[in-house]
Write a new protein. Structure first.
Ligand SMILES: *Cc1c(COP(=O)(O)O)cnc(C)c1O
Length: 373
């Protein structure tokens, strides 16, 4: 046990669980086909922050609606941040999460950017331990299914003044999840967004804040209108450099076999620093693939696919793990396919390796797993 693991015990979370949990037959029916984000476990964790008391009243309570004053600050001005991570059931029945302190650190960084109170890392992880232990029956037993955890925080000050709020609420809810893409691991088609940007230098692109997602929806709708599954974001200034795909980071594979080399767009301040992205830099190196952070332009992407230099492209994030990109469309740069438009070997290998670490099929050689129960 590390010092930080031990420190989660400093936070006392009062346990007042639901007195009417979902009956087990009903829960099993949900777990048989959970979908994504539509079903929730019996309980949630909440904690409050006020300027005078700091963080207090951390408790586990029955999952249920919130009562909000219509002038609650965040509904108007959007001081709202979130995280996403998963609890995995291993073959021995134990439950683990993947690098939760990384999520805790990013949550604190997001809070700083939005001028919100920072939740201590230890309370973040303690809340996960409390909820997953209480609702452990909701962690699916089948491979490929997980319990998705959604920590989030919003301002609760009442009033229409525009300023950093003097009170916040932290909540943690959990949702059983099946495969993210219901049609299976099938390469997606992407639309290069020339008209809309997700993030600009100095903006909130590095923070996991609710508003970033609100701002992205119109571009996602435009992608759908053009028959594409996902939107790819370009940099705000030149509309030239590849940043991300929807809510996932991107990787480009150059060459193949022993000479396969990966490049992921470097973190310029307008990209969200994904934990999956970060983990894959290490996992690729473990597998003998060189992996670098760099800059890839739209022209590089197109020319690289035409010359065959770029052999695979994939997106990565907690929810969907790794998703291959098969086809690219755009208004100003034409359309092209990535290799034959299928799922390449480096993509499959990295996906399997990361999943095998997360689900305990192979040793946790980097100490990334955090045991819950
Ligand atoms: C959450 C998120 C990611 C992926 O982050 P992970 O930590 O790997 O789940 C990538 N891009 C955006 C915009 C995100 O919000």
């Amino acid at each position: 046990m590390t010092a930080t693991d031990a420190a989660t015990g400093l936070w006392d979370i009062s346990m007042n669980p639901s007195t009417s949990p979902v009956p087990s037959a009903e829960r099993d029916a949900i777990l048989a086909n959970p979908g994504f984000g539509g079903h929730f476990t019996d309980n949630m964790v909440r904690a409050k922050w006020t300027a005078d008391k700091g963080w207090h009243d951390a408790e586990l309570v029955a999952y249920g609606p919130l009562l909000l004053d219509p002038a609650t600050n965040f509904i108007h001005y959007g001081q709202a941040i979130f995280e996403g991570l998963k609890a995995y059931r291993h073959a021995d029945g134990s439950i683990k999460t993947f690098r939760p302190f990384k999520n805790a650190q990013r949550f604190a960084a997001s809070a700083r950017r939005l001028a919100m109170a920072e939740l201590p890392e230890e309370l973040f992880v303690a809340s996960i331990e409390a909820l997953v232990r209480q609702d452990h029956e909701w962690v699916p037993r089948d491979a490929e299914k997980t319990l998705y955890l959604r920590p989030f925080m919003f301002s609760t000050e009442i009033g229409l003044g525009v300023k950093p709020a003097d009170s916040y609420e932290y909540l943690l809810i959990a949702s059983p999840a099946g495969a993210y893409w219901p049609k299976g691991l099938k390469p997606v088609s992407v639309w290069l967004s020339d008209d809309y940007v997700r993030a600009a230098p100095g903006g909130t692109g590095e923070a996991k804040c609710a508003g970033n997602y609100a701002a992205s929806l119109i571009a996602q709708a435009e992608a759908s209108q053009h028959g594409c599954d996902q939107v790819v974001w370009l940099d705000a200034a030149e509309r030239r450099w590849i940043e991300e795909m929807g809510g996932m980071n991107l990787y480009f594979v150059y060459g193949s076999g022993d000479s396969a080399r990966l490049v992921t767009p470097r973190l310029t301040g307008s990209l969200l620093p994904g934990i999956t992205r970060d983990s894959l830099l290490t996992v690729a190196a473990d597998l003998g693939m060189r992996a670098d952070e760099g800059q890839i332009s739209v022209e590089d992407w197109k020319a690289g696919c035409e010359s065959g230099e770029i052999t695979e492209v994939f997106a990565c994030g907690t929810a969907a793990v790794i998703t291959p990109v098969g086809e690219v469309k755009s208004r100003t740069n034409g359309s092209w396919t990535v290799a034959d438009g299928g799922t390449g070997p480096a993509t499959s290998r990295l996906r399997q390796e990361l999943l095998d670490i997360q689900t305990g099929v192979i040793p946790d050689r980097h100490n990334w797993l955090h045991a819950i129960c």
